[in-house]
Design a protein around this ligand. Structure first.
Ligand code: HAM
Length: 445
């Protein structure tokens, strides 16, 4: 009898997976500000801070997370921002919270919470930081973006409205970006009621000529139809009644004065009765800052703002008039990057390149680096390289005027070679005199 053959089990090797690991990327609509953009970014923030402060605004920093109700009560339940775009969730304690979509509500909340009512008026506050809106990402529209928000609290005067527009102009002038303010007045709550009736009358029987969203808007927030981006809606909205014609006498006088101040400040503006803004808290003046038309560029507003005289009261504070503006920093950054005004960023560049030719010089080079840096020079170097050619190439790219070379001989002699990068002329100097020598060459001409 033949024995049954023992089953030979085939040892199967685990399959080698050749698939590469998935690269994790930024979330949709969010972006890194990479090193090559940082010089523009930092410059932009510096200008915003400088001008906000020179106009008398004081910095404030509010949390990125707030109670969701803050935005529902300020921006409004029926608005796109609150209805569709809030990043909102329940935290581990069950509280309903949201990432802020803008700063005005947070600044007003802070104003009430910290009893700033007792401070001299008008109180001017500004903040720069990230905002979050779950919008459909496209050019110039992100889910995380940054704003400078400047708010003047405690004055109903029309000159304040003109002043926040003037601040915006000053910032854009400093950045060499030509802009124009589009201004409007939406009057009082009463104006809104009268105008909404007129709008509904206008659209009666024309529902087929507008998009689906606008059809809904007619029921929830008819004024939003005016700033719909769809072509069909825009064309029809050209024919709508003008809100300016419904203004109550006080709002009309206020608006005329705002325009008078803009004229007095020599600030150009255009009247645009469709600037009704997508946030519920506005009354009277509303405005947006637009780039002057640039060929081929799909324009979007670089900033916007207006008056919000009842917001602080709606949030539980005393009746306090206020007016402000927010500028969108990513959109401004795109302009700065496109223009590459290198000369204004020269302060970010290096004064010197420190080159070394062997491993042995590492310790010495760090000593020189410290000494030169402490003396106020911006020094570039690369410890991972010690061949002269590639270091000179790097120095050329950085456009430094001089490269200091530290070779074997120089370590022994305690000297350094100064190479003029323009003409290639080299000169040896004593190491201990290098700071004096470079100050002479770079700072005294
Ligand atoms: P806003 O018009 O919603 O107003 O935003 C102001 C600016 O932020 C816009 O003009 C735009 O430049 C920028 N921005 C808005 N959404 C985005 C986005 N998704 N991606 C990139 N940039 C964006 C406000 O936020 C009000 N808080 C302004 C204000 C201040 N009103 C009174 N005081």
């Amino acid at each position: 009898m033949s024995r049954p053959k023992a089953k030979t089990s085939k040892i199967t090797k685990p399959l080698k997976t050749t698939r590469k690991k998935r690269c994790i990327q930024t979330l949709r609509g969010m972006r890194d500000i990479i090193p090559s953009d940082q010089k523009y970014w930092r410059y932009l923030i510096k200008i915003c801070e400088e001008y906000a402060q020179s106009y008398g605004f004081e910095p404030i920093t509010t949390p990125i997370l707030e109670e969701r109700a803050l935005f529902e009560r300020s921006i409004g339940q029926g608005t796109d921002i609150v209805e569709k775009e809030l990043f909102s969730f329940c935290d581990l304690g069950g509280d309903n919270i949201a990432l802020r979509p803008e700063l005005t509500a947070s600044i007003c909340r802070a104003y009430i919470e910290h009893g700033m009512v007792n401070l001299p008026k008008p109180l001017k506050l500004y903040e720069i930081g990230p905002m979050f809106r779950y919008d459909r990402p496209q050019s110039g529209r992100y889910r995380e973006f940054h704003q400078l928000s400047a708010e003047t609290i405690g004055s109903p005067e029309p000159i304040i409205d003109a002043e926040v527009i003037a601040l915006s102009y000053s910032i854009f002038k400093a950045l060499s970006i030509p802009v124009v303010a589009q201004v409007n007045s939406i009057g009082s709550q009463e104006t809104g009621k009268i105008y909404r009736k007129q709008l509904l009358n206008f659209y009666k029987g024309k529902e087929r000529q507008i998009c689906l969203t606008c059809k809904k808007r007619l029921k929830t927030n008819p004024m939003r139809v005016l700033d719909c981006k769809m072509k069909m809606c825009q064309e029809l909205s050209e024919e709508t009644p003008q809100i300016i014609d419904c203004l109550d006498p006080e709002s009309k006088t206020h608006f005329m004065k705002v325009l008078e101040y803009l004229d007095r400040f020599d600030l150009p503006y255009t009247l645009n009765s469709r600037i009704v803004r997508g946030l519920d808290y506005y009354n009277r003046t509303t405005f947006e800052i637009w780039p002057e038309k640039e060929a081929g560029r799909k324009a979007s507003a670089l900033g916007g703002g207006g008056r919000y005289d009842s917001l602080i009261e709606d949030l539980g504070g005393r009746p306090t008039p206020a007016c402000g503006v927010a500028l969108g920093l990513e959109r401004i950054l795109a302009f700065l990057r496109a223009k590459q005004p290198d000369k204004i960023f020269s302060s970010d560049s290096y004064d010197l390149y420190l080159a070394h030719l062997s491993e042995l010089s590492t310790k010495k080079i760090m000593k020189y680096f410290d000494e030169l840096r402490q003396a106020g020079f911006r020094v570039a170097y690369n410890l991972a390289k010690n061949d002269l050619r590639s270091q000179l190439e790097a120095a050329n790219k950085l456009k430094v005027k001089y490269t200091l070379i530290l070779g074997q001989k120089e370590i022994i002699d305690e000297t350094l070679i100064i190479r003029d990068m323009e003409n290639g002329i080299q000169e040896t100097v004593a190491g201990q005199k290098i700071v004096i020598e470079m100050k002479k060459r770079l700072f005294q001409n």
